[in-house]
Structure formats: structure tokens, C-alpha cells
Design a binder for this molecule. Structure first.
Ligand code: C5P
Length: 326
């Protein structure tokens, strides 16, 4: 990791900026509700070329500002996961938390793209560099896992199989570039609300959840169904990947936001190889055959008028990284 550079004039560390990507879930199997309020997952994450920037500047106390997409709706205090990341790192290392964090949002807020987790991952890397804590990758990963289910993936990026709450990661070979169109909906969806809706839908089809597990799910989801998709990634079989995109949270997201069906229907009508709600939604990820196909698909989806905005992205990209400038 890059050492923080010292200003030649005053000996004060210069600000550091970290760029951190959004994620999409290509496969998301959700188990039953655990006693800690989480659900066991089997998921395949891919980091895509849509980024937030986190800049850490030396300051007297911990402060936070947010700019960019959706910034006015975001808290700039301890409710913000980036704030909690800086606090946790400071507690564990005994350094700081004398830092000003500035989040430059490029990832839509509450979109199922792990933007909040990305900011936490970015804050960990930025503060770690600024304070020169000397923590290794493993220790940062442990802190990330404490902060939230998707934060660890924000650190590593690429394509990975996630288990547990999503924080136990195994890299997945997904050579080449995959072309995606993101259909970003109006407004966001609360992740806990979508998981609760899934539990509600499952309970409704399982009248005696305490005696018999629902036929539709097990407490821990099986890993095997993810292997077909992992194989398609390894073989760079884009047609097969399109067919295997799957998300157990999709019925819950559609139940809360029925209009997302229009986006998924439009995706099929317009020739996407596959389409799926990403994570807890409401963003939908559409798979394209090539860069040129993605651009055409994005234009057609924008023309269909079912999304707030449409973005063309590629994956996999790397996780949180120090950069000279955004
Ligand atoms: O960890 P994160 O902050 O992303 O999770 C937000 C909420 O989403 C959790 O409080 C929980 O309600 C739900 N969640 C879950 N199971 C997971 C991940 C998230 O139930 N594996």
C-alpha cells in the first residue's frame, strides 16, 4: 500500500483519495433469518466501473461531507457507515480519528449497488493510509466484515463468491470484460425492508415455519447452484451467464416496487442476454454481449422511459484503491 506523503512545508500528511467501486450480485441465494438478524447468503459479486471517491484530510476531529448523486439524503454523522469505519479503525489502532472525510458519490444511493459499503471500504483504506496504521490486508478485511456484509467485497473487488453474511470471500475466475447496463430506478429501497419482505413472503407460503422448513428455502442456502454461473464466468460464456442470473431477493424487491417489472420486461424485449435486480434493488443489471451491444441496449432502455437513469458499466474492476485524483 502507498505510504502517505508528507508535505515538505509543514510535515503534515497530505490528503489521500481512494476510489471504490459499486457491486452487482450475479447470483444471490438467501437462507433463513438468523438469530443476529442477518441471513446466510451464497452470492457471486462482481465489482463494476461505477465509483465513489473517499478523500481523507487531516483534521482536529472526525467530520464528514458528502457531494454528488443522492448526497442531500445521506447522514453526515455516525449513522454514515464511512464515519463508523473511521471510528472503528481509530479504536483498534489507537490513532485518530482526526480526519475529515469527503465522499464524492457516483454510486446511486440505496440502489442495491453497495454504495454505503463502498464508502466504508474507501474510508478504511483512506484513513489507514493517512494515519499510517501499518495494518495488513487481513486486519482491514476483519474490520470491514464487522462494519457490514458487503464492505469486505468493496476492499477486494473483482469477482468473488460470498458466503456467511456475504463477508467470507473466495475469488472467482471471470476473465475478460463483462458488459452491463444498469437501470437505475427512481428512489431507493431499504435493504432491511427488502429482507423483511422476503421473510414475510416466505412465511406466507409456509404456515408452520417452526415445525417444517419452507420448501422454498433452507436455513443456509446450498452453494451448488452458484457453480453453474461460476463455470459460465470461467468459460466466458455470456449467453449462459445471462440465463443463470438469479436473485432470491428479487420477488421481495418486486413486491415493494412492482414497477421494476417494467424494467425487467423491457430488458427482455430489448434483447438483454439476462436481467436481474441487483442485491436488494431497485437497480436492475442487464447483461450485454459486447460494448457496442451495451451502448445500444442502454439507449433503448433509456428510450423506454422505465428508469430514472441508465448507465453502461464493465466488470470486473479492482476494489478500493488509492488514486492521485478522482
Ligand atoms: O450489513 P448491511 O449493513 O449491508 O446490512 C443491512 C441490513 O440488511 C441488515 O441489518 C439486515 O437487516 C439485512 N441483511 C441480512 N442478511 C445479510 C445482509 C444484510 O438480513 N446477509
Amino acid at each position: 500500500m502507498k505510504e502517505p506523503s508528507l508535505s515538505p512545508l509543514v510535515g503534515v500528511p497530505e490528503p489521500v483519495t481512494v476510489r471504490v467501486p459499486a457491486k452487482i450480485n450475479l447470483h444471490l441465494a438467501v437462507g433463513g433469518l438468523r438469530p443476529d438478524g442477518y441471513h446466510d447468503l451464497v452470492t457471486v459479486f462482481q465489482a463494476v466501473s461505477l465509483y465513489d471517491g473517499v478523500t481523507a484530510t487531516p483534521a482536529r476531529t472526525l467530520t464528514l461531507t458528502v457531494s454528488g448523486e443522492g448526497a442531500p439524503g445521506l447522514p453526515a454523522d455516525s449513522r454514515n457507515l464511512a464515519w463508523r469505519a473511521a471510528t472503528l479503525l481509530a479504536e483498534r489502532t489507537g490513532v485518530g480519528p482526526a480526519v475529515h472525510l469527503d465522499l464524492a458519490k457516483g454510486i446511486p444511493v440505496a440502489g442495491g449497488l453497495a454504495g454505503g459499503s463502498a464508502d466504508a471500504a474507501g474510508a478504511l483504506v483512506a484513513c489507514d493510509a493517512l494515519w499510517g496504521t501499518g495494518l495488513g490486508r487481513t486486519e482491514l478485511m476483519e474490520l470491514a466484515a464487522e462494519l457490514g456484509a458487503d464492505v469486505a467485497f468493496g476492499l477486494v473487488g473483482g469477482t468473488a463468491l460470498g458466503t456467511g453474511r456475504g463477508e467470507h470471500l473466495t475469488p472467482v475466475l471471470a476473465g475478460g470484460r463483462w458488459h452491463w447496463v444498469l437501470g437505475v430506478a427512481h428512489g431507493g429501497l431499504s435493504t432491511p425492508a427488502v429482507y423483511q419482505e422476503l421473510d414475510r413472503l416466505r412465511a406466507a407460503t409456509d404456515p408452520e415455519p417452526d415445525t417444517e422448513p419452507a420448501a422454498t428455502y433452507e436455513r443456509s442456502p446450498a452453494i451448488d447452484p452458484a457453480y453453474g454461473l461460476i463455470n459460465a464466468l470461467r468459460l466466458q460464456d455470456v449467453e449462459q451467464l445471462g440465463k443463470l442470473l438469479a436473485n432470491d431477493l428479487q420477488p421481495a424487491a418486486l413486491s415493494l416496487r412492482p414497477e421494476l417489472r417494467q424494467t425487467l420486461r423491457a430488458a427482455a424485449d430489448l434483447g438483454a442476454l439476462g436481467a436481474v435486480v441487483s442485491g436488494s434493488g431497485p437497480t436492475c443489471a442487464l447483461l450485454a454481449r459486447s460494448e457496442e451491444h451495451a451502448v445500444r441496449l442502454a439507449a433503448a432502455l433509456a428510450g423506454a422511459g422505465v428508469c430514472r437513469t441508465v448507465k453502461v458499466v464493465t466488470g470486473p474492476v479492482g476494489g478500493a484503491r488509492l488514486v492521485d485524483a478522482l
